[in-house]
Design a protein around this ligand. Sequence first.
Ligand SMILES: Nc1nc2c(ncn2[C@@H]2O[C@H](COP(=O)(O)OP(=O)(O)O)[C@@H](O)[C@H]2O)c(=O)[nH]1
Ligand SMILES: [Mg+2]
Ligand SMILES: [Zn+2]
Length: 393
Amino acid sequence: MNLITPDENLENDISFSNSASSSPFENLVRYGLTDAVQQRIETIIVRDHELVPGRVARVDGISTLVHANATDYRASSTFARIAHADDFEIEPAQPTVGDWVLIREGEGSNPDEIELVLPRTSLLIRKRAQRGKYQGGEQGLAANVSTVFVIQAATYFNVGRLEREIALVWGSGATPIVVITKTDLLEEGTPESIVEQANASAPGVEVFAVSGITGDGTNSLRSYTQAGSTVALIGASGVGKSTLVNHLMGEEVMETGDIRETDTRGRHTTVTRQLLPLPGGGVLIDTPGIRSIALVSGSEEAIAKTFAEVEQYFGQCRFRDCQHQGETGCAIVEAIESGDLSQDRFDSYLRMGRELKYEKTKNTPRAKTEHERRMKVIAKAHRQRSRLEKRRK
Ligand SMILES: Nc1nc2c(ncn2[C@@H]2O[C@H](COP(=O)(O)OP(=O)(O)O)[C@@H](O)[C@H]2O)c(=O)[nH]1
Ligand SMILES: [Mg+2]
Ligand SMILES: [Zn+2]
């Protein structure tokens, strides 16, 4: 068999000891294959030689683009399920960008099917939304990501958003890195002052300041994009994700665009999500801008990680049931007074905690009944008003 690489212009100067030139995994190394993933795939294909391993590069509705070793597939994912080690547990899975999958080629006019999805080492999710409206449920943004570049523009740095983005990443199982872009546009203030602000809003998270246009500061990002690593970029629309991707790739692979001044929604520029092999190894995943970062269920641990410097004081207050509202001997209050803890951070912590609590109760039967009751009251008020209006005429 003489198989041709679909994308021949991609340099591949990475050499892996485990990938001899005839290996069925050779090209998958470019797409971020690690030893662990390869071993997992091998245990599956020794039992079923017809399954073809690959990595999801894009999801368009019902069609999923998968890079395999020899060719690309546009596969259906109707019957995809997670490949647990025991093989008994059948769990349907919606493949997402970055997923490692096994495809069964369709015979005749049957579509190629994604049959198995490998268990994920990390999964970035967001609430399913369309035109800014919550649609119910959650949606995968990127899977098997090692690092997430949390992008904020130096020109409109938003602390509240940053804290949510950091929580989102901790919740996914990946490690967040803050990247401040557009430093070349700063007229007043210096990149250093923004970095300081970011450090205060994201303790324990590395912060870098770059320009995707001039390339300033981007070299320090390369330590996160070595062979075998997968880096996703998240951030609001217009912050410069695609511009940074293009810079790191060394070519224009993603479309970039300006935000219209009259339109705060910004133009939708990144329509596809793509898995992009970097020339020097590593893989980038550009994501579309997430409009609002909503906490997903089960984010308690992520919040604890995001606000570790707040939670460290818990258990140190004099009273075990301290509400940290000014009780005597409250460790939180003392830390704020002595300047060891920032009041803003504690407020953010409380805000996110409240939100998570609300998320939890929102879907309970009682909350639903209450919602329905209120909708009925509102509908009745409307009917009464239109009756009154008719009578007046
Ligand atoms: N001056 C400057 N402009 C940038 C920088 N990064 C992005 N832009 C511009 O900001 C706009 C939005 O960038 P884009 O990469 O499409 O943002 P995305 O929506 O996050 O992918 C485009 O007009 C870019 O040219 C930067 O570092 N410096
Ligand atoms: Mg973009
Ligand atoms: Zn307290």
